[in-house]
Design a protein around this ligand. Structure first.
Ligand SMILES: [Zn+2]
Length: 382
């Protein structure tokens, strides 16, 4: 397919739709969307796409909004996705301040602005009657953040098993590409003991003390030093106990480790499990629940680089920024673990993600949308 002819039209389209994007960004930021609670945002996106003229849009069981374009009979589909959930647990609308230059709102850059760009990218395809020969899936997906455990993208790859050729997610700044991913295992660990009165029953096992011992052991671990790998761990949340004069009966923690390497993940799994086991006794029960499992990449890296190179070409066609490459843990973990080339790219510039001070450079959405559309056109070639 000859695509050069589209480029001039894209700039005009972006200019004509800039105010619309700002308006939709404000509307979407006002809809809270913790992981697993993306219902309202999903409805908004579905209705928006239908209004824009999209046929066949649906919301699946995982709360993904899926718009298949030209996918019938294709097993070489390209996916463009942006996650709708945010890290914030709030169920009330978030504050939103637009000073003309920056837009402040928790979740604005990660990842609400990306969702807006994805919608306007899809609208460009609809308005120009572009039918990608091998099919594109535009997906506003759920559950990328926190304990979402990539539920949305897992569902997508299950529903379209064997049919997706490449995957691109908008979830970054446009000068950053994640072309590697880190896997992770996450646990909820609960320590249970008989407990008792702090004076009368002194000497019995104390769940808080046992948990503290485990945490101390975890922080004695050295991570593997295999070349080209990075492995980390964290105990993120602890709680426990009943009162100051009760031997604690129950204590718990949320902990995780991450690595971009399978062997290192396996090494950490053994070390963590040995620590969990080491405190088990007749007096101490330890319940371990795996609450997250993000797989490592298992893909032909040359194919990922090929995909990244095409995207970099489009970014360079719009902005002067030098593109930097990263390893991160995102929706790409699922395709990369299945051997499907995937990258995480950006459609704007935002700072302070995962904090309440997060902001977006407002006019960065203009080149961002142009990059998104150009990338869409580029990747439907061949
Ligand atoms: Zn994100």
């Amino acid at each position: 397919m000859e695509t050069a002819g589209f480029v001039a039209g894209i700039k005009q389209y972006v200019v004509a739709n800039t105010q619309g994007m700002y308006g939709d960004l404000k509307d979407l930021c006002a809809i809270p969307a913790p992981s697993h609670f993306e219902h309202e945002r999903a409805e908004y996106c579905k209705k928006w796409l239908v209004r824009a003229g999209a046929d066949g849009v649906y919301i699946d069981d995982a709360l993904n909004v899926v718009f298949p374009l030209g996918c019938d009979g294709s097993d070489e589909i390209t996916v463009f996705a942006a996650h709708t959930d945010t890290v914030f647990p709030d169920r009330e609308p978030m504050p939103y301040t637009d000073d003309g230059e920056k837009i402040y709102s928790p979740g604005v850059g990660d990842n609400t602005a990306s969702v807006v760009s994805l919608l306007y990218m899809a609208k460009y395809f609809i308005e120009n009657n572009i039918v990608p020969p091998k099919g594109i899936l535009f997906v506003c997906n759920s559950c990328e953040e926190g304990l979402g455990n990539l539920k949305g993208v897992r569902q997508l790859f299950s529903d379209f098993e064997g049919r997706i050729k490449q995957f691109v997610t908008f979830d970054n700044n446009y000068n950053v590409i994640a072309n590697h991913c880190a896997g992770s295992h996450r646990y909820e660990v609960e320590v249970l003991t008989q407990g008792g009165h702090s004076y009368q029953a002194f000497g019995r096992a104390n769940a808080n003390a046992v948990l503290a011992k485990m945490i101390a052991e975890i922080y004695k671990l050295s991570v593997p030093e295999k070349e080209g790998t990075r492995t980390t761990y964290n105990v993120g949340i602890i709680s426990g106990g009943t009162s100051i004069n009760t031997i604690s009966q129950k204590a718990s923690m949320l902990c995780e480790y991450r690595s971009n390497d399978r062997e290192c993940l396996e090494y950490m799994r053994q070390k963590f499990e040995a620590i969990f086991d080491s405190v088990r006794s007749d007096e101490v029960k330890v319940n371990v629940t795996k609450i997250g499992d993000r797989p490592c990449e298992n893909v032909d890296q040359a194919k990922v680089e090929e995909l990244a190179a095409k995207v970099v070409g489009e970014i360079n066609g719009v902005v002067d920024d030098e593109v930097v490459f990263r390893c991160s843990s995102t929706d790409c973990n699922i395709p990369l673990s299945l051997g499907i080339p995937a990258i995480n790219m950006g459609i704007g510039k935002h700072y302070g993600s995962h904090t309440r001070e997060e902001y977006l450079i407002k006019n960065s959405l203009i080149p961002g949308l142009e990059i998104a559309i150009r990338t869409g056109i580029k990747l439907m070639e061949e």
